[in-house]
Each structure stands twice: as C-alpha cells, then as structure tokens.
Design a protein around this ligand. Structure first.
Ligand code: DAH
Length: 361
C-alpha cells in the first residue's frame, strides 16, 4: 500500500479492527492475528514499507502506524478475553450437572457366604483366645492318617474317599488332605502347650452330588493344656454354636461316637425343626448332627511327642459349607462353587457387615 494519508491509515485500521471483531473463536482470532501481525502479516508488511519513505515523511507515518498497531493489538487482546469468557460459559453450560436426575445404579460387591462364615467363626473363636493355624493341602500319610491314629487297614481311609497323588521320586504317595485334622498334628509338633488353635481351610474327597463337593471347607479346633477336660469342650462348643447361630438358648446335644483320634468322642447335634419340608435351626423337637469332637487320643499326643500323663486336650471339626447353609438358609451347594453373580447378589454379604462378638454378628 503506497498511500500514507491519514484517511488511508484510518481505512486500514477500520479494516483490521473489523477483521478482529469478526473472529468468532479463539482459533479464528489467532489466525487473524497471524494474518495481521505475523511475519507475513499485512500490518507487518506496511511497517516494512516505512523504510522506503523519505526521512521527514517516515517520522510522522511511523508514529501513526505504531499507534495503529497498538490499537489493533489492544483490540486483539480484548477480543481474546471476550472469546475466552464466552467459550468458558459454553463449556460450563454443556458440562452442567442436573442434580434432579435420579442417581445411576451402583454395583456393590458382595462377600461370598463362605468367607463370611469364616469371618464370623474366626471372630467368635478369636475372642475366646484361639489363634489361626494353617497347613498344606497336599499331605503325607503320616499327618493325614497315621499320626491321627488312623492305621493302614482302618476303614476311615476308605470312608474318606481319598484323592491319592502319583508316588513321588521316593515312592511316597501323598494325598489331598481329607480333613483339617492334620493341622492338629503339625501344630503339636511345632508348638509347646498351651495350644489353642482353629484352622479353617480346604479339604478334598472324591465325592460329588447335590450336598457334596470334591472340594469343601472344614474348620478344626484344638486346645491342649495340663487340665483340659470334656467340660471345656462342651462349654466352648455350646458358646460357639449359640453365638454363631445367634440363638441364646439353642439346644445342643452331645452324643457318644467314635473317631480314631479322640477318646472319648462325641457327635454334636443342634435342635431344629423339620416340619413342612423346611429345616429351621433352634426351633422344634428334632436334632441335626453338626460336627464331630472329642478328647485328643493319648496315642495322638504321643505321636506328637507330648506326654499324655501331663497333657490333655479337646478337638473338633466341622464343615463350613454346612454351617453356612444352615445359618443363611442356602438350600444347596451350588451358590458356593458356581460363580453366578445373581446367586452372589442374593446370598452374598455387604463388605461392611464385619462380625464381632462385641457388636454382634
Ligand atoms: N476329621 C473329622 C472328619 O473330617 C472331623 C473331626 C471329628 C475332627 C472329631 C475332630 C474331631 O477334630 O475331634 O470327619
């Protein structure tokens, strides 16, 4: 542009200001800024044109052009602010939260009834002073059978439908433990009395129908000291069963029985009602067998290096699925081992239903 008259500069300024005013977004405004003030911008070109003027003309034209440049820059800044405000407003509008909408449904995880039952019984036995003990799932003959006084020709070996593993390099045939009782042996071999432990854990038997699964859970308890008698066994079990089922006057019956590892042995029944095809624990005139128990056999103590003249103890073992089914009214084993989320929602527990003897189960 060769014309340096005031009118020409005013027309140039008006044109540039219009270009700024017409930019309708930050991106468009930035493009306009580059087109005006960038290296190849038209105002930049005009400023470069100053060098071709005669010195006396250049001074006035330079001043006028600088003022024009400042005016355009100020307009760009102002427009930038306005556009940013507008864009923010638009975003806030788009992102606004409608607090009147109904909340989205939350999926809350549920605790499986087995760990729930384990937590409950651990809370009860924990407060009675029992510690948690564990043992391996693959056991040898000594811990699973012979130390428990179950000798090689004893029918219990067949009765328990044992899973045998192939013989190892030394020809020893290990088994999947058929009960949690081997943990008694491991504990007595590694700790000195007084001993009070429970061991919840997996057990395995080759048995599969509506009420049996080849893998199931038992909890074993063992107490060994110098003056333990059947009264302790009875008191502990009655207190446990009443706390677990939450029934203060739950009838509990001890019936003479036989286990190779206890002498005397007793099976324990709880009172129940079977009328109308439904089983209700704690009501009615029927009895339901729930666990096996007894005073630890002197030979078992000897097998673990304890002197039976000095030490006595009691032990008991029960199936966890069974006591969970009875307490929560679960009619069959399927919910325990099929990962069906619908069953879990129905039979599961909320994570915060943590049991305690003090606060109640
Ligand atoms: N081990 C037995 C079973 O699996 C249960 C049992 C009975 C455990 C009596 C004991 C007990 O500790 O004293 O059938």
């Amino acid at each position: 542009m060769r014309d340096w008259s005031a009118e020409a500069l005013a027309a140039l300024e008006a044109g540039l200001l219009e270009q700024v005013a017409e930019s309708n977004s930050s991106t468009a405004l930035e493009a306009a800024r580059v087109a005006i003030l960038g290296r190849k911008g038209n105002l930049t070109a005009k400023l470069k044109g100053l060098s071709g003027l005669a010195p006396e003309q250049r001074k006035d034209a330079g001043r006028a052009l600088n003022r024009l440049k400042q005016s355009v820059e100020a307009a760009i800044e102002a427009r930038k602010g306005a556009l940013a405000d507008r864009e923010l407003e638009k975003r806030l509008e788009a992102e606004c939260i409608d607090v009147t909408l109904p909340p989205r449904k939350m999926n809350v995880g549920h605790l499986h009834p087995l760990p729930q039952a384990i937590e409950e019984l651990v809370a009860i036995f924990g407060e009675m002073g029992f510690a948690w003990a564990e043992g391996p799932h693959v056991e040898d003959d000594f811990h699973n059978f012979s130390a428990l006084n179950i000798l090689p020709d004893h029918p219990a070996r067949q009765e328990q439908d044992t899973f045998y593993l192939p013989p190892d390099a030394e020809g020893l045939q290990k088994v999947l433990r058929t009960h949690t009782s081997p943990v008694q042996i491991r504990t007595m071999l590694s700790q000195q009395p007084p001993i009070r432990i429970i061991c919840p854990g997996r057990t395995f038997r080759s048995d599969h129908d509506a009420t049996h699964s080849p893998m199931f859970h038992q909890v074993e308890a063992l107490a060994i000291d110098e003056a333990i008698h059947m009264g302790h066994l009875k008191g502990t079990l009655v207190a446990f069963l009443r706390a677990y089922f939450g029934i203060d006057d739950l009838p509990v019956r001890f019936r003479p029985s036989y286990f190779p590892f206890t002498e005397p042995s007793a099976e324990v029944d709880v009172g129940c009602d079977r009328s109308g095809g439904r089983l209700t624990v704690g009501a009615g005139k029927d009895w339901l067998e729930i666990l096996g128990s007894g005073m630890v056999h002197p030979r078992v103590l000897q097998n673990c290096g304890l002197d039976p003249e000095r030490y006595q103890g009691f032990a008991f073992g029960m199936g966890i699925e069974r006591i969970a089914m009875l307490k929560y009214g679960i009619p069959d084993l399927r919910p325990f081992f099929e990962s069906d989320i619908r069953r879990m929602r129905h039979y599961g527990f909320l994570p915060l239903e943590v049991p305690s003897m003090v606060r109640g189960l």
